[in-house]
Design a protein around this ligand. Sequence first.
Ligand SMILES: Cc1cc2nc3c(=O)[nH]c(=O)nc-3n(C[C@H](O)[C@H](O)[C@H](O)COP(=O)(O)O)c2cc1C
Length: 217
Amino acid sequence: MMTEKEAILKRHSVRAYEDRPIDEETLKLIRSKIDELNEQGNLHLQLIEDAGKTYNKLLNIAMGLGSAPSVIACAGKDDEDLDERVGYYGEKLVLYLTQLGLNTCWAGTFNRKNIGADVNDGERLVISIAVGYGKNQGKPRKSKTAEQVTAGKSDRPDWFKEGVEMALLAPTAINQQKFTIRLNEDDSVDFIDNGGVLSRVDLGIVKCHFEIGAKRE
Ligand SMILES: Cc1cc2nc3c(=O)[nH]c(=O)nc-3n(C[C@H](O)[C@H](O)[C@H](O)COP(=O)(O)O)c2cc1C
């Protein structure tokens, strides 16, 4: 199986899917990964095998996504850091799905009634992730530079540079990349949210990518 780093390099948002359900063996792997991530992140991520009419909003029709066979509903206990947890653990799942040969697209625009998610008392449904076998693999897009998204100490160790490089490949809502990664004098790192739509979810996704890049292998 490809590494998480390889999955980061391979992943692009995909909005056109083959008319083919996810096979049973792969579904089992996804379900067990979701159980593990829900445990770690105190979340209620759910695989909805039949996406049905989840993506019937005008914006979905304009952008695509209506063809996605399946969807992940991202819900969880409604704490102040729910959005960030959804971003962090949801992206762990996105990278795992990439490793399994599937394609994905985070989607803040979706039909909340049609998704059929199970949202318990005290929980909130934050976002969806479309999943299936893509008609294509997506494509590279424009990105900010490392200088534009970093701050702090100018003498930067390799682990920091590699973390930033992976963070720049993180999906963000409307590709806004409104985050700053600050290297402090003591080599600790702060992640700063500069605002924008669903920017706390973005920040969790960015942390997930940074950690994978900065990790010694
Ligand atoms: C929090 C979040 C919300 C998003 N919402 C949508 C959406 O509603 N519809 C859509 O087509 N893409 C959506 N995207 C996908 C982004 O447009 C995409 O990740 C970004 O343009 C970067 O492209 P890439 O994922 O190929 O790197 C969303 C992404 C994130 C992280």
